[in-house]
Design a protein around this ligand. Structure first.
Ligand code: NDP
Ligand code: ZN
Length: 188
């Protein structure tokens, strides 16, 4: 049974993330509200991964706030505590680096992340890979989508050993998204 205090703190993280991402959109053709993504990542962690720790779910809701908005680590710590701040920072790319380098570092760093960060990465990649299967971003040729799936598989290879259910969910999701993308590309 989730305590009222915990529900309030979970809802606080949703509201904080919604406010921070309020002007942003996802890359799908409908340009869905960005907040759909962190909410779905938290759902995957809880529902597919069986994760129940409040702070872990709060970090999932907040995982893109430092990377993609003006949110600071200090701000997260004062609102949600040092553990949530540390977990969000662990999954945040260094935006001062070129994109290709950031992508390479995600693969290289994955095995040395904490167990909680590896679970969060798994849920994040499940969500993005599922999104690509549902709706290809405008101006993304098939090759770029396939490259993304391959890169996600390499990051996830370094996240294995922490949550068998999330790993199985990723494997199934990447298989299904690859099938959908290739089938659509083969359509006349
Ligand atoms: P990007 O890094 O540009 O986009 C993928 C990221 O966008 C995801 O990790 C996710 O991050 C976020 N995202 C938002 N909406 C969606 C959605 N609907 N589906 C999936 N992800 C979404 O993609 P690439 O890895 O392809 O590109 C990396 C760099 O290389 C870019 O600079 C790009 O311009 C360049 N490039 C790459 C090509 C390729 O073939 N790979 C071709 C041409 C250029 P989050 O979880 O943080 O929201
Ligand atoms: Zn994300």
């Amino acid at each position: 049974m989730v305590r009222t205090n915990e529900l309030t703190r979970l809802l606080g993280a949703i509201c904080f993330a919604a406010e921070k991402h309020r002007t942003q959109r996802r890359k799908d053709v409908d340009a869905s509200p960005y907040i759909n993504h962190p909410i779905e990542v938290a759902r995957i962690l809880a529902d597919e991964g069986g994760v129940t720790a409040l702070e872990h779910l709060q970090a999932a809701l907040l995982h893109d706030t430092i990377e993609d908005t003006s949110t600071t680590g200090d701000e997260l710590e004062s609102r949600f505590g040092p553990w949530v701040r540390a977990l969000v920072e662990e999954v945040t790319d260094d935006k001062s680096l070129p994109k290709a380098e950031r992508k390479r570092l995600q693969i290289e760093h994955a095995p040395s992340l904490s167990a909680a960060a590896r679970e969060l990465k798994l849920a994040d990649k499940i969500c993005n890979v599922a999104d690509l299967g549902r709706s290809v971003p405008k101006d993304w040729p098939l090759e770029r989508c396939v490259d993304y799936l391959e890169w996600a598989e390499k990051v996830v290879a370094g996240c294995r050993g922490v949550n068998a259910r999330l790993e199985a969910c990723f494997d199934e999701t990447v298989r299904e998204s690859r099938r959908l993308l290739l089938n659509r590309a083969a359509e006349p």
